[in-house]
Write a protein that binds this ligand. Structure first.
Ligand code: FMN
Ligand code: SF4
Length: 510
């Protein structure tokens, strides 16, 4: 009798915990895995102690180490994101370790308080589309924006939270190549991505349809258009949405059959070389009035030589040209890709971007193009290096997913994402409550901007676009270090704004 009562009591307690778990909105894991999900939090809490005896260190895991993930989680929750006791990296012996060189007496210095400068706007230093006189040219309000990740690859709730988060943080959300879904329409500004399958702007035969594009972008707050040539995680290979994720709704939005692998072609059909690509850019820009750019990983460099030489006569002549270049590093993320493409096709961001930038710099075109990049640039240190090499803004993909609650289970390609981020399962994505997670995405973007500003001020400048390639060294183990300028062969003035842009930025307080 006594045992029966005890068992009944335990069952009732577990039932109450389960009921609480499935109805609370803070933790997707608990909503999706009531009771059992608590184990994850217990392990997270005692992780540091356990790890002293077994498993990996804080800095070993990839793509994002435990420390990096903890920084994103804590930033997105507005929790204490400081680290105690000093670095646990072997900075003295590491090859290529980033050394940001602060200045003691230059500039006003950084505000010390933990949340100081979180309200500070941090717009880009350049006006997107200005050089080519696009009708809807504008200055992006944020140097941190959300990278293209399609509805389909991500869940409806994840896309909703990202768009709402973008609205709250005052940044742009790129739609990814899977068209513009109802979930992208929460009021956040958008960059519409045109992929090789032309989802959202294709005719019945799958060809690019200019009128559909015009009508689609006019129906939403689209501020720019990105033509996707390739993606760092799978360059030279089109997009792939596994059959398990092709629901009737996605099939309808994309105009494809249900439950069949949705493979985008690896090449565009609307253009076939740089010359015809520039015609396409001008056609789209003229029809929509929007700035138009390209997203590409960096492989064969003759593409970039060709692009730059065709843009060289641009200055003042109203010639053809892209308004922005988004370089995606080979270390970038994806919903699904073959291992060899994720690991070995295309240059990592720093090597790839510096080679692209050098070509624009030699042609004197860097002030006329907005440079953005992705590939773990949602971590402050990597972003700072990007700005020093000439970036105007960074795109955050997986870091925004971490802010949504992703635990790096790396099952995005299976439709079994336990946190509801990268799945079409109604039950699993129910765990991701869009309003709670929107606040986290916004808090993370704000925290990254805050850290960028504080690091800039530690260096002695007032905006990350003013950080130059002499401000950062890469350590070569214990023997020496070399500046980014030396490592990447940057000439004087490269990686920096031209005098007019610099003057403009400084006069606006940036
Ligand atoms: C789940 C997922 C889906 C993605 N979908 C797209 C896409 O539709 N179009 C695209 O250009 N890139 C896509 N990407 C790549 C990201 O936009 C980004 O370029 C890349 O992950 C590098 O940024 P990160 O290191 O901040 O994640 C996707 C990445 C992930 C993780
Ligand atoms: S939790 Fe795992 S499956 Fe879900 S988005 Fe993150 S890495 Fe992908």
């Amino acid at each position: 009798m006594r045992w029966t009562r005890l068992a009944a009591g335990a069952a009732a307690a577990l039932g109450a915990v389960a009921a609480y778990d499935v109805t609370q909105t803070r933790h997707a894991i608990l909503r999706n895995f009531p009771v059992a999900g608590h184990l994850r939090f217990v392990l997270e809490k005692v992780g540091p102690e356990l790890r002293q005896y077994i498993v990996t260190s804080n800095d070993e895991e990839r793509p994002f180490s435990r420390d990096q993930r903890r920084w994103v989680y804590a930033s997105s929750k507005g929790e204490n994101q400081y680290f105690g006791f000093g670095t646990d990296n072997d900075v003295e012996n590491a090859e290529g370790w980033t050394v940001i060189k602060h200045r003691t007496f230059a500039g006003p210095g950084a505000a010390t308080a933990r949340h100081a400068e979180e309200g500070e706007p941090l717009p880009m230093a350049k006006v997107l589309g200005a050089a080519r006189g696009r009708r809807l040219a504008h200055r992006p309000a944020s140097v941190v924006n959300i990278s293209g990740m399609s509805f389909g690859s991500l869940s409806a709730n994840a896309v909703t939270a990202l768009n709402e988060g973008a609205k709250r943080a005052g940044c742009l959300q790129n739609t990814g190549e899977g068209a513009l879904s109802p979930y992208h329409r929460q009021g956040g500004d958008l960059v519409f991505q045109i992929g090789t399958a032309y989802f959202g702007c294709r005719d019945e035969a799958g060809r690019f349809d200019l009128a559909r594009l015009r009508d689609l972008v006019a129906s939403a707050p689209v501020r720019a258009i990105e033509i996707k040539l390739s993606q760092g995680a799978k360059p030279g290979l089109g997009g792939m949405l596994p059959a398990a994720k092709v629901t009737p709704e996605i099939a309808e939005i994309r105009g494809i059959p249900v439950g069949v692998d949705c493979a985008s072609p690896s090449r565009h059909t609307a253009f076939g070389d740089v010359d015809s690509m520039l015609d396409f850019v001008e056609l789209v820009a003229a029809e929509t009035g929007l700035p138009v750019g390209i997203k590409s990983a960096v492989g064969d460099l003759t593409f970039w030589d060709d692009l730059v030489s065709r843009m060289e006569g641009l200055r003042g002549s109203g010639g053809r040209g892209v308004d922005f270049v988004n370089v995606d590093g080979g270390e970038g993320g994806t919903g699904a890709a073959p291992l060899v493409f994720s690991d070995s096709v295309a240059y990592p961001f720093r090597l790839g971007f510096s080679q692209v930038y050098r070509r624009f710099a030699q042609a004197g075109l860097t002030d006329d193009v907005v440079f953005i990049g992705g590939g773990k640039l949602g971590l402050t240190e990597n972003a700072v290096v990007g700005f020093a090499l000439g970036l105007d803004g960074v795109q955050v993909g997986r870091e925004a997913m971490l802010a949504l609650g992703c635990i790096q289970a790396q099952r995005c390609h299976t439709d079994e994402c336990p946190t509801g981020v990268a799945t079409q399962s109604a039950w699993l994505q129910r765990g991701l409550e869009p309003q709670t997670k929107a606040a986290r995405v916004a808090a993370y973007v704000v925290a990254l901007r805050r850290d960028l500003l504080k690091v800039s001020e530690a260096i002695g400048v007032t905006h990350p676009a003013l950080i130059g390639p002499d401000d950062i060294d890469l350590a070569e183990g214990v023997r020496s270090s070399a500046s980014l300028r030396e490592v990447y062969g940057y000439e004087p003035g490269w990686g920096e704004l031209g005098p007019a842009l610099r003057e403009e930025l400084l006069s606006t307080g940036g």
